[in-house]
Design a binder for this molecule. Structure first.
Ligand SMILES: *[C@@H]1O[C@H](CO)[C@@H](O)[C@H](O)[C@H]1NC(C)=O
Ligand SMILES: *[C@@H]1O[C@H](CO)[C@@H](O)[C@H](O)[C@H]1NC(C)=O
Length: 305
């Protein structure tokens, strides 16, 4: 009898819907100089660490190119950086929200500048971004006022039985989030954006509050003002041998950061197997034109434009 129960348990587990593909996530590359675009390798390794593969969506991609990349990927990731919202991101946002309306669970994530772009896109208003309002470059903080019932900070998905971690507690008890911004979103502005659920708040060095993470109320859209891709990587040092970027590499920092990668990759899994190998959309690993070594970003993938 016991053996039979065991056998049935094993069979039930085998029948559980586990994905047999690694989801593919698109990242928009940013201008590097007049001839090249780039993506810091830490974003790529971070997503790979969560179980995904990555492709590049050019900053200056045409309407057709944006759609071809989205048709062959499971989610999009807007990286941090400098440039203001490009046409390619607007086209992507509109195409993806239509896709979501047709029932495809295609998620979007933004980090730092990408978080700000997504806030502007959701609000359909670039003025929701407060420019030069915060003193929060190179600032490590524990999250404050983390919402308990969010999707982002609640463990779910196929492995939830094996995971026992209180993510809001981890993020609130350890200064593991690296902020590198002077622009940002104030809680007041955020409160007026429809379906924009603030998940945590933080204050800059002068006590000025900014939104540090959000998720959309009805769509799989997520963002963090801080940089989880840096906790596991970016050990570069500057001229006086100080960390070029003071990321927290402790067990708490690395664990918390990779939980967000794992969460986002599981969101991307839900859009199903979409990648077609001969579509002309190539993995970053095979499509780049070399790696540049540096300190802020120890490795940077480059593409000729
Ligand atoms: C841009 O940077 C790449 C990589 O360092 C370099 O090969 C290229 O010559 C640069 N282009 C210009 C116009 O400086
Ligand atoms: C934003 O508003 C403009 C009109 O002001 C509209 O054409 C556009 O589709 C809107 N974009 C989104 C993402 O809703």
């Amino acid at each position: 009898m016991l053996r039979r129960i065991l056998l049935l348990t094993v069979m039930a587990n085998l029948a559980a819907p586990t994905p047999d593909f690694a989801p593919v996530i698109a990242l928009i590359s940013h201008p590097f100089n007049s001839t090249h675009e780039f993506i810091p390798n830490s974003y790529i390794k971070y997503l790979e660490g969560g179980g995904a593969r990555t492709v590049r969506l050019p900053f200056t991609a045409s309407d057709d190119e944006v759609k071809r990349v989205i048709d062959n990927t499971n989610g999009i990731f807007f990286i941090g950086g400098e440039p203001s919202l490009p046409e390619s991101a607007i086209i992507a946002y509109n195409y993806i929200t239509d896709l979501q309306d047709s029932g495809v669970h295609y998620p979007m994530w933004g980090t730092c500048l990408g978080f700000q772009w997504l806030t502007q896109l959701i609000a359909n208003d670039t003025s929701v971004l407060s420019l030069d309002a915060f003193d929060s470059e190179d600032l490590l903080l524990p999250l404050e006022s983390v919402k308990k019932d969010s999707r982002m900070f609640t463990l779910n998905g196929p492995d939830s039985d094996y995971l026992s971690i209180d993510l809001p507690k981890l993020f609130q008890e350890h200064a593991v989030t690296l902020n590198m911004h002077t622009d940002g979103i104030t809680p007041t502005v955020a409160g007026n954006i429809k379906d924009y659920n603030v998940l945590s708040l933080n204050s800059d060095r002068n006590g000025i509050q900014f939104v540090s993470s959000f998720e959309h109320g009805t769509r799989p859209i997520y963002g963090s003002q801080f940089h989880p891709e840096k906790n596991g990587f970016e050990y570069g040092t500057d001229e006086i041998n100080e960390p070029a970027e003071p990321a927290d590499h402790s067990i708490h920092g690395v664990r918390a950061a990779f939980e967000l990668a794992r969460f986002y990759v599981q969101e991307a899994v839900k859009s199903g197997d979409r990648y077609v190998p001969d579509s002309g959309v190539d993995m970053i690993f095979y499509s780049n034109n070399g790696i540049e070594k540096g300190t802020n970003h120890e490795e940077t993938y480059l593409w000729k434009v």
